[in-house]
Design a protein around this ligand. Structure first.
Ligand SMILES: Nc1nc2c(ncn2[C@@H]2O[C@H](COP(=O)(O)OP(=O)(O)OP(=O)(O)O)[C@@H](O)[C@H]2O)c(=O)[nH]1
Ligand SMILES: [Mg+2]
Length: 359
């Protein structure tokens, strides 16, 4: 028994089967007999699964590049001269710092770039730009990791982040990708305080035709516990818990997150299997501060970086990568988001990102 059940047994959470019109392009698994044993897919590599199936990656690249165009223009400016000299490296340093790359990653990139230039015996600034793309790719490469589903049944994913970062939207998109990959998903509306938050998640559940466990004003940990328990009973492949936005400085709210994390582990040993932080790409260097704080509180397993379509400069991924390299453990970037539509969430590809950043 858990203390929150003992103290004040909450009303049972309502499991709302959501029925809605099928979404174009969404192919649901055929309904089997009621007592059929659901087939839990072997570890599903989401990088290889549905994210790219509906739209392809070509249009995605140009939209990503378009989103990061300010950074691209700033860096391109550096390579318009005819000589590789100190002035070029100084301009590049300024451009990288302006792109939110941070001091540590900027210094690292400049050192690595100078080494590459020497090795390649490059004499043309345009060639240096190509070598910079290689250096950024190498720095970002450790952040590339597919989100693996299927090693536990269900795989429990807890989603966290500051207010408005894009948690609920990203969960909606991720659910779509999972559903397209024939995964049975259950959503937990652990943002119990705002009715609008529950409704927003319910809309995504409806669009994706998945179940949702929600409860008006309930304890977020209790709702999550019920959801994981229901997910196990219903042999779901994935349970995703949406949590309310909070600042890492709000100690009581961070404690609440830790409680949700603990309680998930009581509902299912070894869970949550993924603790994701959703970061708004526009928050610049503050994004790294968020990663550090949420990681210290919960032990993050992955990131989703959203809103790279707006005024985001993109360099913060380099800062996150360098921080991970310095401490010996990176927090991978599973997905990046460049808009509000379903196809606007894609897996992170270091080479592609570096090229978009410099295009
Ligand atoms: N332009 C753009 N907008 C996005 C992206 N991802 C999310 N949004 C928008 O950002 C706003 C906030 O998104 P939510 O998903 O509600 O954010 P949240 O983190 O769940 O917010 P709280 O639950 O209030 O903390 C919404 O208007 C989304 O449509 C993105 O990649 N690009
Ligand atoms: Mg939300």
């Amino acid at each position: 028994m858990f203390s929150f059940f003992k103290k004040k047994p909450p009303p049972p959470a309502v499991v709302e089967p959501v029925v809605s019109a099928p979404v174009a392009g969404l192919v649901l698994p055929p309904a089997g007999p009621a007592n059929a044993t659901p087939v839990v897919p072997a570890a599903t590599d989401l990088a290889a699964a549905a994210p790219t199936a509906t739209t392809g990656r070509t249009g995605w690249f140009s939209r990503l590049a378009q989103g990061l165009r300010k950074t691209g223009a700033g860096i391109a400016q550096v390579f318009t001269g005819t000589r590789i000299d100190d002035a070029l490296y100084e301009d590049l340093e300024s451009a990288l710092l302006l792109a939110d790359t941070g001091v540590a990653a900027t210094e690292f990139l400049l050192t690595d770039l100078k080494r590459r230039v020497k090795e390649a015996k490059a004499t043309d600034p345009a060639a240096v730009k190509g070598l910079l793309a290689d250096a950024i790719t190498a720095l970002l490469k450790p952040l590339e990791k597919p989100l693996a589903i299927g090693s536990a049944s269900p795989t429990v994913i807890m989603v966290t982040g500051v207010n408005g970062a894009g948690k609920t939207t990203s969960i909606g998109k991720l659910t779509r990708h999972l559903a397209e990959g024939d995964c049975k998903v259950l959503l937990a509306a652990a943002d119990t305080f705002r009715a609008a938050a529950r409704e927003q998640l319910a809309v995504w559940a409806g669009r994706n035709q998945v179940e949702i466990v929600s409860q008006e004003g309930g304890d977020p940990a209790a709702v999550t516990f019920d959801a994981v328990t229901a997910g196990r009973a219903r042999k779901c492949d994935v349970v995703i818990a949406d949590t309310a936005g909070r600042l890492p400085t709000q100690v009581h709210l961070m404690d609440e997150l830790k409680k949700i994390h603990r309680v998930i582990g009581k509902a299912q040993a070894g869970a949550p299997h993924e603790v994701l932080l959703v970061v708004d790409g526009n928050t610049g260097q503050n994004a790294l501060a968020q990663v550090k704080a949420f990681d210290a509180a919960l032990g993050l397993t992955g990131l989703i970086v959203t809103k790279l379509d707006g005024t985001a400069k993109g360099g913060v991924l380099a800062a996150i990568a360098r921080w991970g390299a310095e401490r010996g453990t990176v927090v991978p970037v599973y997905f990046i988001g460049i808009g509000e539509k379903l196809e606007d969430l894609q897996t992170f590809d270091a080479r592609e990102f570096a090229q978009a950043l410099l295009s």
